[in-house]
Design a protein around this ligand. Structure first.
Ligand SMILES: *Cc1c(COP(=O)(O)O)cnc(C)c1O
Length: 244
């Protein structure tokens, strides 16, 4: 076996296990089969792994750093030129990276402030006018800070309404949902219960907030029990990441 086909086989069995976990969690929660999508978080892993996952049927990938992602996106486009894939930015985003992210991301899940939303809208408008992205708005999810700790990113609960209004007003952004990471020192049950309540509340004013991006390798079952529509899985799919 070549190195690539060995890795392909490894990823195939990991993908099957992750799909089984998601299906079991969906069934346990009494939810519709197929109601939870999988985002493969490929940060630190090479473009060849993304190519293998494309061959296994995945089309949506998450990255958390602009510089790594923009290079990888270009490489993947060369490896699998005929396959349309959607890239999600899931990491903390600085305003000065908005222009670059607007060139490769279909979705930004980590919008957590009005100032970032404004910078992103401007960057998207510019990329659209320069033909560097399709002439449509950028899908946006608002990252929620469940514990209000500003060090970890995310919008505090009491500022979410204002942020949602701002994104909803923009013709360059399309409000799609919420995203969160369970705080390290919280039980995931408690964290995702808060998130679900917040999602339900915000949807009364913004019914377009259909997506709830929650759950990672270690806590995806709990997130699915609390209404997640997309789990973001890295380790369980690709293995342990080398420390940067
Ligand atoms: C890395 C990362 C993930 C995936 O985490 P795993 O525990 O490896 O599954 C999910 N979401 C975000 C925002 C990440 O940065």
């Amino acid at each position: 076996m070549t190195e690539f086909s060995q890795r392909h086989a490894e990823l195939e069995s990991a993908l099957q296990r992750v799909r089984e976990r998601i299906a079991a969690a969906v069934a346990a929660a009494g939810r519709e089969p197929g109601s939870v999508e999988l985002l493969a978080v490929t940060k630190t892993f090479p473009a060849s792994d993304v190519a293998a996952l494309i061959d296994l049927g995945l089309r949506e990938f998450g990255e958390n750093r602009d510089q790594e992602a923009s290079a990888k996106v270009a490489e993947v486009a060369e490896l699998r030129p005929d396959v349309p894939v959607r890239w999600h930015m899931v990491g903390r985003l600085q305003r000065n990276k908005a222009r670059s992210v607007a060139r490769w991301a279909s979705v930004v899940q980590s919008v957590d402030s009005v100032r970032l939303a404004q910078a992103l809208a401007k960057a998207v408008a510019r990329a659209r006018s320069e033909g560097q992205r399709p002439d449509e708005p950028m899908d946006v999810q608002l990252q929620v800070s469940i514990d209000g700790d500003p060090a970890r990113g995310g919008c505090p609960l009491d500022e979410l309404d204002r942020l949602a209004d701002e994104v909803a007003r923009s013709s360059d952004l399309r409000l799609r949902g919420l995203m969160a990471v369970a705080p390290l020192d919280w039980a995931p049950e408690k964290a995702f219960a808060v998130l679900q309540k917040t999602h339900d509340r915000l949807r009364k004013d913004h019914p377009e907030l259909v997506e709830l991006s929650a759950g990672m390798s270690g806590d995806l079952e709990v997130a699915v029990a609390h209404g997640s529509t997309r789990v973001r899985v890295g380790t369980a799919l690709l293995g342990h990441r080398a420390l940067a």
